[in-house]
Design a protein around this ligand. Structure first.
Ligand code: TNX
Length: 519
């Protein structure tokens, strides 16, 4: 038999050594947070997240547990820690990490948070759960970049000490993904959701239907996906989400405090529907499926009652899958629709959307119609009159100007992916603009926020998506979150350059713009 001896005394010495370790000096003000927080004060020390650190919650705040679990799962692969989550009486007085809802912090709004970091504890407080989730993303960026790795990493996990007070400037900060021109499956969309969540975005707009495909199952009109979803640009096999899969995406986004806004584009951009149901065509003849990239040739018939029966069915089924307040009805580039038909059509569709208890959103072209004040117009092209006409009807604007915010624009003339009809869009040009001065006559009070669309004519894989989205997305996230007076390209590009190792650990296929000092 082997001679046994006690490890007790040695263990004690190790524990004493670890717990008495002097904290490493660290400068919170040197951390490269994106989006930049409202207020930050550094105190020069650090908190060390070890295998023994616990996350404390208030016993009465059950719903905070899901956010704690998200954080635990997030740091597990790289650290190898399975951080324990404990409900206690006074979480903020423990040594460790505290996640707290605080009813007195109403001024922070739904998404704001306060973070107080000392060598003994990290206290994250917010008025709402969404604020805690956004604050968790800040903690994530304050940890070493290797925290993003899916593989076990060596080294300590220190967070610079100090305080952060932070809340978004705009309540709507989104990205759009075109899943029509090329289809992206549930796994890809989840990855996209995770990527936008990391930068505190709160909306994912899914462009679900277009000339080349219909990507959401509608049980009362099954041929939309069966036939209409069967191809894509260049003739690939396309695809669609069953309602169950779509619900899974909605839930996945919700867990990250992101609202999915579904778009059914109409009356133009409807060839896939027109190919699936002959009766939707003015001449009663089904169109062929379309796999090219032209726009503006298809239209639903504004003067046939079946059109509105169809839309009512589609919207009803979609509303049942949609917890968010908006349904996007497209409305862009309806060049094959007579103007008087277009107006009649949009007016009726607005009523249909409202009748199902939702607000309508559409590309700003819809301002040709009679809009309700709770409708949102998404400004996208250079014809600024579309936006000013909407504002003249007291409608709020979502800012997505193509020249600045279209992530499908090529970075430069040799960029292997993307289009350039709105010009080339380098990383500086994508960041260095102001939502409030972009369109003359449209100011702060007219704007609900920013959205950066990614159209997928040239985009076929998640790697392609990442190349066009990164790093521009971080700039859009910051334009929506951080107060404009707080920032400049010269300062931002330094913070962006420091994201390089983080991107690498995240496995992101980013565009290494020569304008950014990557470190
Ligand atoms: C214009 S933006 C479109 C889309 C195209 C995009 C390509 C908008 C509302 N319509 O149909 O995919 O340009 O950049």
């Amino acid at each position: 038999m082997m001679k046994s001896f006690s490890l007790g005394p040695l263990f004690l010495i190790v524990v004493m050594f670890v717990s008495c370790k002097t904290p490493t000096p660290k400068d919170l003000s040197k951390e490269s947070l994106i989006p930049k927080p409202t207020k930050l004060v550094a105190t020069g020390s650090s908190f060390d997240w070890t295998a023994k650190t616990k996350i404390y919650l208030s016993a009465e705040q059950d719903d905070v547990k899901a956010i704690a679990d998200y954080l635990v799962d997030f740091i597990a692969p790289a650290t190898g820690f399975k951080t324990e989550v404990k409900a206690v009486k006074k979480p903020a007085s423990k040594r460790g990490i505290a996640l707290l809802l605080n009813k007195e912090l109403k001024a922070l709004g739904e998404e704001g948070y306060n973070l107080n970091i000392t060598d003994k504890r990290v206290v994250l407080e917010a008025y709402q759960l969404a604020g805690l989730f956004r604050g968790v993303q800040t903690i994530r960026q304050l940890l070493p970049a290797r925290i993003e790795s899916k593989d076990l990493q060596m080294g300590s996990w220190e967070i610079a000490s100090g305080t952060i007070e932070d809340a978004p400037d705009y309540g709507y900060r989104g990205a759009m993904l075109d899943v029509v021109r090329h289809f992206f499956d549930v796994t890809d969309v989840k990855r996209f959701i995770d990527l936008i969540a990391a930068y505190k975005m709160n909306v994912l707009h899914l462009h679900l239907t277009d000339d080349q495909g219909w990507r959401i199952e509608i049980k009362s009109w099954p041929n939309l996906t069966k036939h209409g979803g069967s191809t894509q640009v260049d003739g690939g096999k396309g695809g669609f989400y069953t309602q169950e899969e779509y619900t899974e995406l909605v839930k996945y986004a919700q867990d990250r405090f992101i609202t999915i806004i579904p778009e059914i584009d109409m009356p133009g951009h409807t060839n896939a529907a027109l190919a699936s149901y002959a009766e939707l065509n003015a001449d009663g003849k089904a169109r062929d499926l379309y796999t090219g990239t032209n726009v503006g040739f298809s239209t639903l018939d504004a003067n046939k009652e079946i059109t509105y029966k169809f839309i009512d069915d589609v919207i009803r089924e979609l509303v049942a899958l949609t917890p968010g307040e908006y349904i996007h009805i497209g409305g862009d580039e309806s060049n094959a629709t007579k103007k008087k038909d277009y107006i009649k059509f949009i007016n009726r569709v607005q009523d249909i959307v409202n009748s199902h208890g939702k607000k309508m959103m559409g590309w700003a072209d819809i301002s040709a119609a009679n809009l309700k004040e709770n409708t949102i117009a998404q400004f996208w092209h250079t014809r600024t009159k579309t936006a000013t006409d909407a504002v003249n009807q007291n409608v709020k604007i979502l800012m997505s100007p193509a020249k600045r915010a279209y992530m499908d624009m090529q970075y430069d003339s040799i960029c292997p992916l993307g289009l350039h009809w709105a010009g080339y869009l380098e990383v500086d040009k994508a960041y260095d603009w102001n939502l409030e001065t972009n369109v003359e006559g449209i100011s702060r009070e007219n704007i609900i926020g920013i959205e950066a669309p990614l159209w997928s004519e040239t985009v076929e894989t998640i790697d392609d998506i990442e190349y066009l989205v990164f790093p521009r997305l971080l700039g859009y996230a910051e334009l929506g979150w951080s107060k404009h007076t707080n920032k400049s390209w010269e300062e931002y590009k330094l913070r962006l350059g420091k994201q390089k190792t983080r991107f690498e650990h995240m496995g992101i296929n980013y565009y290494p713009s020569a304008l950014v000092p990557w470190e």
